[in-house]
Design a protein around this ligand. Sequence first.
Ligand code: ADP
Ligand code: MG
Length: 459
Amino acid sequence: MTRNAQWEQIREQLRSEYGAATFNSWLKNIELDKIDGNMVSMTLPTRFLRDWVLNNYANRIRQLWSAIDQSVTAVDIRVKPLDKKNGAASKPSFGLADTSEPFKSKTATIAESAHPDPSLMAPLDPRFTFENFVVGKSNELAHAAARRVAEAKDSVPFNPLYLYGGVGLGKTHLMHAIGHAIAANSPEKKVLYLSAEKFMYRFIRALRFKDTMNFKDQFRSVDVLMIDDVQFIAGKDSTQEEFFHTFNALVDQNHQIIISGDRSPTDLEGMEERMRSRLGWGLVADIHPTDYELRLGILQSKVEQGKLEIEPRILEFLAHRITSNVRELEGALNRVLAYSDLVGRAVTLESTQEVLRDLLRANDRRITIEEIQKKVAEHFNIRMSDMHSARRARAVARPRQVAMYLAKHLTSRSLPEIGRKFGGRDHTTVMHALKKIDELRQEDIALSEDIDLLMRMLE
Ligand code: ADP
Ligand code: MG
């Protein structure tokens, strides 16, 4: 494989690991320069980008290089300004994770001017209102808590409100809904909503421009602070520290804080203990995966809102088959409708199956490693975080091995991928676990039955 092909492969891997938004913000513009002995040299167009990538991603990039080519043991990233002539095409894009905000995007501005100050607030999506939120068993607690916070005039019902759940289940929707409701009911209140990623980004920039006083003031003067996807700052120590202080300052002033995360506070690895405990101080509400009724309800509400023409049995089919999350469910409905619009024919069950073939297949056999870990942890009564921890006590090590075993048998993930999901373990550890469990299944009938039961529950 040529160097360029190797690099292409690494880029793909980075994109899938970090997601398109992060990839486009930080990693897209890395260019391969040369390989010198055991050192791979790459370039980025600005110092700011370079420093950021070195601090946050270089380690992973080096690992990926070494995985492809063992002789590579170090990476170096240098600054190479963009060639002005062909700059347009390869201009770095600076969209942040919430791509809805057209962030003032000239790299040059960020690197050179001392006070680039677009407003801190990320815009609220006008569709994400309480009216458009369909309530079901899986989200009723989170919804009720969000309503309560949004309607509280002079009190702070719980601080913080911590919402958590898997992707695409409505966390961001609820936060925006709170923002809209407060803007409508208490327009004098200063509400600030942003992703944890952006919080960090702003913080780093404040440090860089020696502007932290201003940064602190801006955050501490708000009445309601909402931070989305807090898991992003796990492991980012100085950002976490700053967030902790902001958090405390606001709680002290009795100002409302709303946080979302993809897991419970206790399961936030890489988050300091004191931060995890603070996050659990108020009300912790989790959003569970959707059930059939809720999915159908959501589809019906979309159809009503959009005055769309579609047979009920098609909605039932979708609610039945697209079980992953609401985002995909909405996407499926849109695709079906777009297709029928394009070909000028009404939606049929056949066309639906045809248009969604890939999605349906993926939904059929998509069990995630997280689901497996969660079920296994529940079953053996250990903490989810023990799936990732380094603890070797039999009481946690054995369930962990069972989870690895199930991950291998129920998903299409490779051994290194599985290892990574278990606290960055090596693939040989996973291999060992598989062997061990295979052996145990011969001797230990109780364990073997446990595993069969777990398999049935997961499938
Ligand atoms: P999360 O932040 O949890 O990943 P989002 O809030 O972005 O998920 O939701 C993904 C999509 O699903 C959004 O378009 C949102 O409007 C929609 N959605 C999620 N839950 C509901 C619900 N209960 N009712 C209506 N729409 C929902
Ligand atoms: Mg979200």
